[in-house]
Design a protein around this ligand. Sequence first.
Ligand SMILES: *[C@@H]1O[C@H](CO)[C@@H](O)[C@H](O)[C@H]1NC(C)=O
Ligand SMILES: *[C@@H]1O[C@H](CO)[C@@H](O)[C@H](O)[C@H]1NC(C)=O
Ligand SMILES: *[C@@H]1O[C@H](CO)[C@@H](O)[C@H](O)[C@H]1NC(C)=O
Ligand SMILES: *[C@@H]1O[C@H](CO)[C@@H](O)[C@H](O)[C@H]1NC(C)=O
Ligand SMILES: *[C@@H]1O[C@H](CO)[C@@H](O)[C@H](O)[C@H]1NC(C)=O
Ligand SMILES: *[C@@H]1O[C@H](CO)[C@@H](O)[C@H](O)[C@H]1NC(C)=O
Ligand SMILES: *[C@@H]1O[C@H](CO)[C@@H](O)[C@H](O)[C@H]1NC(C)=O
Length: 497
Amino acid sequence: MVMMSFRFALVALARFAVSATKPSLIFTMVDDWGRFNAGFHGNSLAKTPVMDALVRDEAILLERHYTYKYCSPTRRSFLSGRFPPHSGEINTVAATVDYRMRTIAERLAEAGYVTAHVGKWHAGHFSMAQTPHGRGFATSFGYFNGAEDHWTQQDTEDCKHNVTDIWDGTAPAFGVNGTGYGDLHFVERAVSVIEQAAGAPLFMYVALQCAHQPMEAPARMIQLHESAPSPVEYAMVSLVDEAVGNITASLKATGIWTNTLLIVASDNGGPSFSDQFAATNWPLRGGKYSVFEGGVRNNAFVTGGFLPSELRGKRLDAVLHVCDWYATFLGLAGIEADDNHDGVPEVDSVDQWPVLLGQAEPNVDRDIFLASGVLLVDRWKLITTDPGSENGGRSNNTQWSGPLYPQVPAFGDGSKVGCSTDVPCLFDVVSDPSEFTDLAAIRPDIVRNLSTRLAALMLGVFEGQAAANYTATDVCNATVRQGGYLTPADFPFQESL
Ligand SMILES: *[C@@H]1O[C@H](CO)[C@@H](O)[C@H](O)[C@H]1NC(C)=O
Ligand SMILES: *[C@@H]1O[C@H](CO)[C@@H](O)[C@H](O)[C@H]1NC(C)=O
Ligand SMILES: *[C@@H]1O[C@H](CO)[C@@H](O)[C@H](O)[C@H]1NC(C)=O
Ligand SMILES: *[C@@H]1O[C@H](CO)[C@@H](O)[C@H](O)[C@H]1NC(C)=O
Ligand SMILES: *[C@@H]1O[C@H](CO)[C@@H](O)[C@H](O)[C@H]1NC(C)=O
Ligand SMILES: *[C@@H]1O[C@H](CO)[C@@H](O)[C@H](O)[C@H]1NC(C)=O
Ligand SMILES: *[C@@H]1O[C@H](CO)[C@@H](O)[C@H](O)[C@H]1NC(C)=O
């Protein structure tokens, strides 16, 4: 009898221990961060002391973390656990996550997590069901679209005139606009979410506005970089650094840090295509809007007290894709990353926790479906489309960034690249990370192998369906009804949706 109750007590204790050890999971997505705009990658102009110290002492630097070449598809890939060609590649105001897919927030809420979103969304706002709250985040504070003025929160993407894009949970954040710099508001909210979460496992998605254009930053940050060739670009990156500092400080002060995994990652490469957009991805080729490494292989690291101490200060060269956090987080939360529905691509995400721990070899034969027409298999990248024609065909998208701004192409003219289905390009991005040499003619065997695999994948390209059928005009009408605050067409929110 005594033994039995002792055993029951042990079982109860073990259960408690399991639920109590579910780590808090915080994903900080940086916007348009150039690979070389970071002190930890060797740029002495970049003042990023907080992140440099984390990378040196407390993090695993993820040297091959892949995303989409621009914004919304990366975010939808993270939210849905699918590669961008399986979760949508459009980047317009109509972009959304297929309504049948269950997002990482919905799944983690099932596993008992407190869920919160802060900052940029860019994953649907035509209907309430597409908003962060509709997609599983218990709380949310931020903006819907891809960009807006950092100070006024005015957005020029919708309605063909300026609207105010700032939202809190299930309603516009009336009165917040024009009272401060966006990321300062967002980090303040992130800190208050942390302070209120003590006790429950937290999943927070912090999507910072920096270092996206418009080129604006607080004066104190610009002053730090007066001697740099592009002070505002560097200022916005320093603001990201301070944001990461404030978030880690509050995690440490609340004690949550010891059981937290914190990821910091850029959504795509830095825009390096003109004097106005002054990021640098040196020594990689290309930047935002290009499928060269500079556009899709971005700054990322994983840190937090949950990371075994012997792994801190290391770097990992295994290929990870931003969609992998879906299965990795769900695995840590103790649930399966299954999410299969008729007519919807299956989850592509792979639980990378064993690879991060060094307990499993990465799968070097895995298809990383980077974009329509582009396949990465470990060291080989096959490109069957124009690698940088998006965004008005800016030829600088495929140039080699110089280490400094202005963007003097660092290694000659990279603007003329012909890659097509008929004449694909092939790069060995391990031995040639700057993608100088197209090996297609020398390795027809690899081209044949990857082309066959890519052709099969191309049959499954999927943009997804919206959760409701509204148009941009419907959204504008709702926005007018709310006094100019960007608002989904079917506002207010119906919990039964
Ligand atoms: C729209 O917003 C931009 C950025 O804040 C501003 O420069 C411009 O003057 C605004 N235009 C109108 C018509 O209000
Ligand atoms: C960080 O916190 C300090 C102190 O509260 C504050 O002054 C600063 O604006 C914060 N910075 C960011 C980027 O949130
Ligand atoms: C390409 O970069 C050069 C050098 O910075 C710049 O002068 C030029 O305007 C850029 N071209 C485009 C199309 O943005
Ligand atoms: C490609 O090569 C891999 C590894 O050598 C092999 O397993 C696979 O069957 C090949 N695929 C095709 C379509 O040739
Ligand atoms: C939206 O409209 C399309 C075409 O009319 C239809 O096939 C689809 O089922 C609708 N989606 C929803 C969620 O109602
Ligand atoms: C939306 O606004 C447009 C033009 O402003 C108007 O023509 C249309 O009737 C409105 N639609 C609804 C459903 O209110
Ligand atoms: C906030 O946005 C609303 C709606 O666009 C606008 O009417 C108001 O003037 C803005 N407030 C400030 C302080 O800019």
